[in-house]
Design a protein around this ligand. Sequence first.
Ligand code: ATP
Ligand code: MG
Length: 646
Amino acid sequence: MDPLLEGLDPEQRAAVEAPRGPVCVLAGAGTGKTRTITHRIAYLVQRGHVAPGQVLAVTFTARAAGEMRTRLRALGVTAAQARTFHAAALRQLRYFWPKVVGGDQWQLVEGKLRIVAQAASKVGAPTSAESLRDMASEIEWSKASLITPDGYPAAAASTHRDTPVPADQLVLVYQAYEQLKNRAQMLDFDDLLLHTAAALEEHSEVADEFRDRYRCFVVDEYQDVTPLQQRVLDAWVGQRDDLTVVGDANQTIYSFAGASPRPLLDFARRFPEAHVVRLERDYRSTPQVVGLANEVIKWARGRPAGSRLQLIGQRPDGPRPTFTEFGDEPEEASAVAQRVRKLLADGVAASEIAILYRVNAQSEVFEQALTELDIPYQVRGGERFFARGEVRQAMVALRGASHAPPEGDLPSQVRQVLARLGLTDEPPAGGSAREKWESLLALVELAEELVTVLADADLARFAVELDMRAEAQHPPTVEGVTLASLHAAKGLEWDAVFLVGLVEGTLPIMHADGDDAAIEEERRLLYVGVTRAREHLWLSWALARAAGGRKYRRRSRFMYGLVPDGHPATLGTKRDSLQKRSKPTCRICSATLVEAVAVKLGRCKNCPSDVDEELLERLRTWRAGRARELKVPSYVVFTDATLLAI
Ligand code: ATP
Ligand code: MG
């Protein structure tokens, strides 16, 4: 058999061997989607259906793109491009710039929040750090959703978005932001995509040249495509149909940013002749982990047809996932660090261990605990690396030096530039000087990594790489335990995974409460987290934040039904006032519960899960609180008529 088809199951093989034309792989986590597309690319190249340079494979994070390049190289394909949408667009835009715009190339926006701040103060909108961040993400959402400033109010209303400032004020901020940015001749990351699409749509000679250059398109993680990315993809593909997409609707985790699994699920309707392949065998994780993943996702509500696949574990049995409750976060972090140390002592490589959490702010306590045990780690998805003074300085210096005649190979050029900023051959003794030295060295190592994939990369290309990484918050790789947010962990896998901080308010995140769609996205995040583990999976939560703090937090509602019987009772701890105020919901499906129904049926009215005494107690507490607020006797709260009024 063709070696490229060995190590593939019959369904994967069918997707690899499908003739040129539209192919769609709809499958769950760990079923080999990424493996299938890399083999397909190699197969098409090997059979002479396409030249490697004519392949453009795109995905969503720099790390995933890097992973795809590594897998392609291992299959003997070096010239195919595997990039993020943004990196691909940036490259094309730079190339087509003289034809479509002319003049100096616009620079990428640095310090986007600064421009949003200027825009906000110009139109009298709030300028607190939080408002600026919220307004910036709202502008990003709009651009990713192809919504112009004028279209914003209607779009926000029809999607029931919580707007950070009144919609008509956001319109003004959005307009002012665009003006300021354009006047300064700068491009933000969404502009890269917008301009690329426009260049192809409006300039037929650009489109012709492009379509001559690229003939075969592949998209990984297609469930998270935004309308803007889809527009770019359509512009790339044009009237042709040589497009392979793979994805898992259960892993849509960017819908807050405008992404949607619809194009994935509707692919076969759009291309009726498409080969559609479904994969169910999970090759990544032990049956124990797979079982838990199936359990997590089976309660998802509103799952579209086509996403209701059961994963079937293929690997030998492994340890059962464990669930642990801690009194406070430092206790949780130190227990996790101890377990990491034990794994390392047992011979598991540090790079095969990950600690995953919902929000980046959670990393700190785990960083501390790992530092105390002298365990090396790297934080992914955090801004820290690129926010460091020396890294920012280095980026400016490297960009400046890129105009000088590009002596020596790229890594030694980078070393020369950074030597002026204090990069010595030998590391300084310790403390902050050592930290600074380590980050500068990481940049040299990044340059070394870049030339292995892009032999002719020069300083200018390196500067672009750094910009992209800074935007994608993708710091250079350092050997060590990975700390990452669940969003940053998508598509990746580790032997041992710790899912930490599984408390209400964190996963699901506080602002998702009461919003069914948002709760479902949180559930999918947990599913993404669980399915990252090959073998060891620890889930944990802490009832208080600080050591000795008030224990008011509750374990995540998603743990209910997953934690095996006999686990020490974790409920019934003091409730915070927020929980008293919010309407109790079923822990499985998160439907709002009505006490009358729950008592009568003994189960949730929406899904068949039992309603336990603890939840009933919460319902009673909530009812009493609500009755006090409404100044009515508590029994009134649940008569049908008043229910409608609540
Ligand atoms: P995700 O949805 O998380 O992105 P995926 O569907 O892309 O997952 P891959 O990363 O391609 O899955 O594969 C998961 C793991 O299973 C990888 O380690 C891959 O090498 C392995 N694998 C995939 N297919 C097979 C197979 N047929 N035989 C053995 N191992 C396989
Ligand atoms: Mg994948």
